[in-house]
Design a protein around this ligand. Structure first.
Ligand SMILES: C[S@@+](CC[C@H](N)C(=O)[O-])C[C@H]1O[C@@H](n2cnc3c(N)ncnc32)[C@H](O)[C@@H]1O
Length: 258
């Protein structure tokens, strides 16, 4: 929806109180039960523009458009998820842009799926493969909860065994243990000029993945690790945060040029 347009029924909105994390609510006519919080009726917001104030259970909330972080924050986790710092870098390195068709495997908990679906926008699409029904169900539920189900097609498929049966895809993202078994079919599935990215937790997997990128014929092959350090900011005492996420995963990327 544009800035000026009103909310439509069925849309997912975020309720944001100052100092509190936002939480997501589907806009519907009549009362809606929000897990662990109670019942809310947002009927009056349908047709209203974003940014209005409501009061619920003694707290004032702004009704705002959910950010990608809001959409990912509340997901139910089964598989290990891609962290926001890595998801952001994947979106950039794999050139996931508005209107793009992106394929990913595996779906897992759907955290990366949500980041990809936000990046492709209303005109783009994500095809998300997983070989396990339980993960597909979990990812589908998380993506629906985030209000992005119209942008994602989930498919049960073992992409290492059966390949990616798509063509002309703009970007492919592989978050599974053996991406080297998928990169040849990923190369065939990509449009010329498109990027594939892999996300693996160990150096050994990274080395094998990069070897496969090269042997399959990808160009612009490179690997990065994203290290994020929070900062504690207060006047006269600004310093790095004491705690940081020590290790998540390594990214590798390559581009199809022929
Ligand atoms: C680490 S999880 C993915 C997490 C996901 N990116 C997220 O952010 O929530 C890995 C997923 O890959 C799936 N998987 C592993 N090998 C696969 C294959 N050959 N084909 C399709 N899915 C596969 C697993 O079932 C699992 O759900």
């Amino acid at each position: 929806m544009s800035e000026a347009a009103g909310w439509t029924e069925g849309e997912i909105v975020a309720l944001k109180a100052r100092g509190e994390p936002a939480f997501l609510v589907p806009l519907s006519h009549g009362p809606t039960r929000i897990h662990d919080r109670g019942v809310i009726d947002l009927s009056a917001q349908i047709g209203r523009p974003p940014g209005e104030t409501i009061e619920w259970l003694g707290t004032r909330y702004k009704v705002v458009r959910p950010s990608p972080a809001d959409r990912i924050a509340g997901i139910k986790r089964g598989a290990q998820i891609v962290t926001p710092k890595d998801a952001a870098q994947i979106v950039f390195l794999a050139a996931v842009t508005p209107g793009a068709h992106v394929a990913e495997a595996g779906s897992g908990s759907g955290a990366l799926t949500i980041a990809l679906a936000c990046a492709v926008g209303t005109e783009g699409h994500v095809t998300s493969f997983d070989r396990r029904t339980d993960f597909l169900d979990a990812a589908r539920a998380n993506v629906a909860r985030a209000g992005l189900e119209s942008r994602v097609t989930f498919r049960e498929r073992d992409v290492a065994q059966d390949g990616i049966d798509l063509t002309g895809v703009d970007s492919i993202v592989l978050d599974l243990a053996n991406p080297w078994d998928v990169l040849a079919s990923a190369h065939r599935a990509l449009a010329v000029g498109g990027y594939a990215a892999t996300y693996t937790p160990t150096y050994n997997q990274l080395e094998r993945a990069v070897g496969a990128f090269r042997s399959v014929g990808f160009d612009e092959v490179r690997a990065v690790e994203v290290i994020e350090r929070g900062l504690s900011v207060s006047e006269g005492a600004t310093r790095p945060a004491f705690e940081m996420l020590g290790h998540t995963g390594f990214l590798a990327v390559g581009r199809r040029v022929d």
